[in-house]
Ligand binder design. Sequence first.
Ligand SMILES: Nc1ncnc2c1ncn2[C@@H]1O[C@H](COP(=O)(O)OP(=O)(O)O)[C@@H](O)[C@H]1O
Ligand SMILES: O=C(O)C1=C[C@@H](OP(=O)(O)O)[C@@H](O)[C@H](O)C1
Ligand SMILES: [Mg+2]
Length: 166
Amino acid sequence: MRYFLLGLPGSGKSYWGKLWAENIKVLYFDLDEVIETNEGFSINEIFQNEGEEHFRNLETFYLNKLIDNYEGFILSTGGGTPCFNNNIKLMNEEGVSIFLNPPIKETAKRIWKPNGGNKRPMFSECNSLNDVELILNRLYKKRLPFYQEANKELNKWDENSLKGLK
Ligand SMILES: Nc1ncnc2c1ncn2[C@@H]1O[C@H](COP(=O)(O)OP(=O)(O)O)[C@@H](O)[C@H]1O
Ligand SMILES: O=C(O)C1=C[C@@H](OP(=O)(O)O)[C@@H](O)[C@H](O)C1
Ligand SMILES: [Mg+2]
């Protein structure tokens, strides 16, 4: 089975994806890492040098490539992956998509880094925790219709949550 983890930046897709993959013994990929490794640039560099549209095309390209090459894995997608190029439809056809939906206040605290230390391009202009929360709320409103197309939604979870879904 292919599992696709969806949700806002900071919702825990990368953190939990890795842990769950070890737990149920399947391959693990993080779409951002796949892009960085194959392209030889960081996500930030790709956004800065080539722009968001190019990054979205890379996301779709590597998503398709992983699906073509592997029958079973957990994939932590990027926060925007399901919202572009009909990627949500593809993921729902090719596996199980799971929306990680923790409270935004928690998510904001996790990704807030002072002194411009935030590696996520969507938050590079943030000067306070409040700025992060504002952007997350804006993204949530825009992206919820896509996230809600996921096959499953988790509001609370732990190490064993994916075992229950198998
Ligand atoms: N349930 C959790 N409790 C505490 N910290 C968490 C939890 N989930 C994720 N984190 C931490 O929050 C940060 C963002 O999580 P991450 O998995 O990178 O989010 P995403 O990939 O969805 O953007 C990471 O530093 C991660 O270790
Ligand atoms: O929400 C987004 O548009 C993005 C989220 C990031 O991934 P995470 O959700 O893992 O932070 C990464 O793909 C890129 O910075 C764009
Ligand atoms: Mg991530």
